[in-house]
Design a protein around this ligand. Structure first.
Ligand SMILES: [Zn+2]
Length: 110
């Protein structure tokens, strides 16, 4: 994936995440639109929104870091081992910071 495509996809993701985070945080306009489509929300929905907000915030951070790596010319290389992240992985997750091996190592540590 070339740098221009990567940047476009990351910027799209960032805009989308900003929108979702706005909805989840209860931006008045977004909430009005949201509750029209999703009437009868209860505490479970609030819990789910909180969980989604956590995921969206973490992903937003990953996208911003990926954009920073693009700026620095380090995009597409694993932040842990420095090897190129496979193209297919970047296609699926343009914000991926690690190759599959380092990512699974990191996840096992948790
Ligand atoms: Zn790696």
């Amino acid at each position: 994936m070339d740098v221009t495509t990567a940047r476009e996809r990351l910027e799209d993701m960032l805009a989308e995440l900003d929108r979702s985070i706005g909805v989840l945080q209860g931006d008045p306009v977004a909430v009005r639109e949201h509750s029209a489509a999703d009437a009868g929300s209860d505490l479970t929905d609030a819990d789910r929104a909180q969980a989604m907000l956590t995921v969206a915030t973490a992903q937003r951070r990953a996208v911003i870091e990926a954009l920073k790596r693009l700026e620095e010319g380090a995009y597409g290389r694993c932040v842990d081992c420095g090897k190129p992240v496979p193209e297919g992985r970047l296609e699926a997750r343009p914000e991926a910071a690690r190759c599959v091996q380092c990512q699974s190592k990191k996840e096992r540590r948790h």
